[in-house]
Design a protein around this ligand. Structure first.
Ligand SMILES: CC(C)(COP(=O)(O)OP(=O)(O)OC[C@H]1O[C@@H](n2cnc3c(N)ncnc32)[C@H](O)[C@@H]1OP(=O)(O)O)[C@@H](O)C(=O)NCCC(=O)NCCS
Length: 300
């Protein structure tokens, strides 16, 4: 039986994801809750479970954005328990959500890259069944994204003297506080609008998981963590204005976040959906970790 997911299903869905996604056995209720109910786009009618004999054996989470042009849907997560595969469960769940999106005039669907609230930026390439499943269901591979990983220790990031040096040149680098929010939002709206969603989330954290650089009372750069996938050592996004690049500001901003992530107890940080591999490799010796394939299907 397919039905809408209830809040009380979260522990069962967490278990299902850990049982079904062999390369991602890190789900916990808080993370699953963030993925589903923490997304402003959550819609109960596109967040479905397949229940058999009182047990949840399949789950799909679809979201969408209506736009004047190019309305888009995403399948954020989809999993069927290994014991119930190849019986059509995944296909029925997918078709149900696609049909719902078509009703709303959604033009195309992509897989998992549902920024600002997403678990991975595409399907991890080693999910063989998932990749076959998508091709079978009319999806086309469109590209790839990568995540980096960095080994981190709290003592590794000694940025205090660099911050003082830059301060003498009129550059302030600090943790954002709530009074900075308006300026940050304005800056992002002009310079990096696609990162507004994730950065907004950082203001909900205690402490606020965002550092900013300021020159002449204007925000010129930022770096964030825990703006998505809280609790797994998730870095980013970050950006500095081109005119201020080359002064080491970006490196310091990045290191401040990584230090906080290390102080939370994480031994590694995920630097997702990059980007400037060389920059991160130099700043924190990060390595290319996971490759994700992006998929798209036109619904019209
Ligand atoms: C992908 C997944 C959801 C498919 O669920 P399912 O209920 O087994 O899917 P269906 O029974 O509807 O299978 C439909 C198609 O998927 C493909 N598929 C499923 N299992 C496969 C396997 N072991 N090998 C190759 N292709 C496979 C086939 O093309 C199949 O149709 P066909 O046999 O007629 O060719 C499930 O394997 C899963 O949970 N995988 C791990 C998580 C994952 O990859 N999720 C992301 C998907 S976007």
């Amino acid at each position: 039986m397919i039905r809408e997911l209830n809040k009380s299903d979260i522990p069962s869905v967490t278990r299902l994801l850990n049982d079904s996604m062999e390369y991602d056995k890190i789900f916990f209720d808080g993370l699953v809750n963030e993925k589903i109910f923490g997304d402003e786009r959550y819609d109960s009618q596109s967040t479905l479970v397949e229940e058999q004999n009182g047990k949840i054996i399949g789950f799909i989470d679809g979201v969408y954005e209506k736009r004047e042009k190019g309305s888009q849907g995403w399948i954020k997560l989809l999993a069927v328990h290994p014991e119930h595969r190849q019986k059509g469960v995944g296909s029925v769940l997918l078709k149900k959500v696609e049909a719902y999106l078509i009703k709303f005039g959604i033009e195309y669907v992509t897989i998992m890259d549902s920024a600002p609230n997403y678990y991975m930026p595409g399907l991890y390439f080693r999910y063989t069944e998932g990749n076959c499943f998508l091709l079978k269901n009319g999806y086309e591979k469109t590209g790839e994204n990568i995540n980096l990983i960095a080994d981190i220790r709290p003592g590794q990031f000694n940025v205090d003297s660099d911050i003082k040096r830059l301060n003498k040149d009129g550059v302030i680098i600090k943790r954002a506080d709530i009074n900075d929010k308006e300026a940050v939002v304005k800056f992002l709206g002009q310079a990096f609008p696609s990162w507004l969603g994730e950065v907004n989330e950082t203001f909900k954290n205690n402490p606020i998981s965002l550092y900013i650089s300021i020159i002449d009372d204007k925000v010129v750069g930022f770096s964030a963590y825990d703006g998505n996938n809280r609790g797994i050592g998730w870095f980013g996004p970050m950006g500095v204005l081109p005119v201020t690049r080359g002064k080491g500001i970006g490196a310091i901003l990045c290191e401040l976040c990584l230090r906080d992530i290390a102080l939370q107890g994480h031994k590694q940080s995920i630097i997702p959906w990059v980007g400037p591999v060389r920059f991160y490799s130099k700043v924190c010796n990060s390595r290319i970790d996971r490759l994700f394939w992006t998929y798209r299907k036109n619904l019209k």
